[in-house]
Write a protein that binds this ligand. Structure first.
Ligand code: CO
Length: 467
C-alpha cells in the first residue's frame, strides 16, 4: 500500500449533480464552508460541470458570485472545477479566445484546480484550456488532464497509457481517470494504474469513479494498492448510488493501513452531520430519486453514468413514458456503436441518451436525428474513438459527404462570439463574467439578468414606499 493518499470532496459538485440533478443552492451549504476549509482535503470540487447551468436555469444564482462566495469562505482549500475543454460548461465548441477568457475568469474568481477533459478524449480539444490555465496560473493553480474512461473494443490499457503519456507531454500537472459510469472494476483499475505509473513516473494520478454499479470501494482500494495518489469521495450522506464512495468510510479503512490522508476526522464527521438534514429535505421533496441512491449492476451492461440515468428517468417521466425505460436503456449500446464508441460523458451522454429515447419512442431507429448527433457526424465535436456507422454517416452527410475539422473553426481568434454576446446583452451586461454566462447559456443567462434587474427595481420601489 502507498504511504499517502489524498481526498477530493465532491459533495458540492458531482455528488450534488449525480444524486439531485445539481439543484443544491448555495444557501444550503454556505454555513458549512468554513468548517470544510479545515478538513484537509486535497481539493473541494465545487464548480463547473452542470453547476453553472443549474445556477442560471433553476436556482436564480449567479454562478460566478457563487464561486466568489465559496472562495471567500474557504481561503485555505484548493477549489476545483470540471471543465469540458473546448465546450467549456456548455454543449458546443467555442472559439479559442472565449475558452481562454473563461479560464482566465475562473482562476480570477477563485478556482485553483481545473480538471479538463474532452468527451471523446480528442486532446486537441483540451489544448486551449490547458494553455490558458498555464498563462493565467496563480501559485496554487493546477492543470489536471482528464481522461474519460470507458470500455469498448477500442479502449485498451495500452491506449490509456498512450493517452497519459500524451497528457504529460502536453504539460499537465496531474492526470485524472474519470470513470463517470462507475464501470471500472478493481482488476481494470490495477492494470491501468500500474501501467500508467510505470509509464509516467512521479506525476500524480487521480481516480474519479462512481458507486453506481457497487464496485467503487473495491476499485478505489485496488487503485490505492496500485499507487493512485488522490481519490474523489463524497461526504457519506451524499455518497453511494450514482455518487462517489463515502469520504469517512474510505478514511477509516485507509487509517487502519497506516496510510496518511491529511484529513481531520472530527471535521469530516461534522461535514456529514451538517448535510444529513439537507439530504432528507430533498428526499422528502422528491428531488432525490431513490433510484439514484441504489446499486444498479445493469450499468455494467449499459455503461450509463449516474447523471445520464437520472436525466433519462426525468425525460421519460415528463413524456409519461416510463414503461419505455428498459427499452431505451437497451438501445444505448447500439447508438453508441453507431457513433464510434464515444465515452458516455456530457454532452455525449445526453446526445446518445436522447437519441436512444427518440429511437424507442418513434418505433424506428433514426427516423428523427437530433441536431447534436448531426453535428457530431459533421465533425463539430472532434474525432470519434473508432469509425462511425457508414450508413448513418451517409444518411446525415449525404453520399460521399466528409466531416469537417472542428479545430480550424475554434482557432479563428476573431473575438466575434464575445463581441456579439456583449452587444446582444446591452445594458443587462455588467461584467465579463456576465458575457461568459450569456455565451454558455444565452436564454437562461438573459432571463437571469432580467430577473436580477427586476428584483433590484422592486427593492428600490420597496425602499421608497418604506421611507
Ligand atoms: Co463524475
Amino acid at each position: 500500500m502507498k504511504k499517502k493518499v489524498q481526498f477530493t470532496e465532491t459533495v458540492l459538485r458531482d455528488a450534488n449533480q449525480s444524486l439531485m440533478a445539481t439543484r443544491l443552492p448555495y444557501s444550503d451549504y454556505a454555513d458549512i464552508l468554513s468548517t470544510m476549509d479545515k478538513a484537509g482535503y486535497y481539493s473541494v470540487e465545487c464548480w463547473g460541470g452542470a453547476t453553472f447551468d443549474s445556477c442560471l436555469r433553476y436556482l436564480g444564482e449567479d454562478p460566478w458570485e457563487r464561486l466568489r462566495n465559496i472562495r471567500k469562505n474557504m481561503p485555505n482549500t484548493r477549489l476545483q472545477m470540471l471543465l469540458r475543454g473546448q465546450n467549456l460548461l456548455g454543449y458546443k465548441h467555442y472559439h479559442d479566445d472565449v475558452v481562454e477568457k473563461f479560464v482566465e475568469l475562473s482562476i480570477k474568481n477563485g478556482i485553483d484546480v481545473i480538471r479538463i477533459f474532452d468527451a471523446l478524449n480528442d486532446f486537441r480539444n483540451i489544448t486551449t484550456a490547458l494553455e490558458a490555465t498555464k498563462k493565467y496560473a496563480k501559485k496554487n493553480t493546477v492543470a489536471s488532464g482528464c481522461i474519460s474512461y470507458t470500455q469498448s473494443p477500442v479502449h485498451t490499457v495500452s491506449k490509456y497509457v498512450e493517452m497519459c503519456k500524451e497528457l504529460k507531454n502536453m504539460g499537465f500537472d496531474t492526470i485524472c481517470l474519470k470513470d463517470m459510469a462507475g464501470t471500472m472494476s478493481p482488476n481494470e483499475a490495477e492494470g491501468l494504474i500500474k501501467g500508467i505509473k510505470d509509464a509516467i513516473g512521479n506525476m500524480p494520478i487521480i481516480l474519479h469513479t462512481h458507486c453506481t454499479t457497487g464496485m467503487a470501494y473495491m476499485t478505489l482500494m485496488k487503485a490505492i494498492d496500485s499507487g493512485v495518489d488522490v481519490i474523489d469521495t463524497a461526504t457519506s450522506c451524499f455518497s453511494n448510488g450514482t455518487s462517489q464512495a463515502a469520504t469517512e468510510t474510505m478514511f477509516y479503512a485507509l487509517q487502519q493501513y497506516g496510510i496518511e490522508t491529511g484529513l481531520n476526522e472530527d471535521v469530516i464527521n461534522k461535514v456529514n452531520d451538517y448535510f444529513k438534514p439537507i439530504k432528507q429535505k430533498y428526499i422528502d421533496s422528491g428531488l432525490i430519486n431513490p433510484k439514484s441512491m441504489a446499486t444498479d449492476s445493469q450499468a455494467l451492461v449499459y455503461k450509463v453514468p449516474g447523471g445520464m440515468l437520472s436525466n433519462m428517468i426525468a425525460n421519460l417521466k415528463d413524456l409519461n413514458a416510463m414503461d419505455k425505460f428498459d427499452a431505451a436503456l437497451a438501445e444505448i449500446p447500439s447508438v453508441r456503436a453507431d457513433l464510434g464508441y464515444p465515452p458516455l460523458v456530457t454532452p455525449l451522454s445526453q446526445m446518445v441518451g436522447n437519441q436512444a429515447v427518440t429511437n424507442v419512442l418513434m418505433g424506428e431507429r433514426y427516423k428523427q436525428i437530433s441536431k447534436e448527433i448531426k453535428n457530431y457526424f459533421k465533425g463539430e465535436y472532434g474525432i470519434a474513438p473508432a469509425p462511425v456507422s457508414k450508413e448513418l454517416e451517409t444518411k446525415i452527410l449525404g453520399e460521399g459527404g466528409k466531416p469537417t475539422d472542428c479545430r480550424i473553426e475554434d482557432s479563428k481568434r476573431t473575438g466575434e462570439e464575445f463581441k456579439a454576446a456583449k452587444e446582444a446583452l446591452g445594458e443587462l451586461c455588467r461584467s465579463e463574467e456576465d458575457v461568459m454566462s450569456y455565451i454558455c447559456f444565452p436564454d437562461q443567462a438573459e432571463k437571469f439578468f432580467k430577473d436580477r434587474l427586476a428584483k433590484e427595481e422592486n427593492m428600490a420601489t420597496y425602499t421608497i414606499t418604506e421611507a
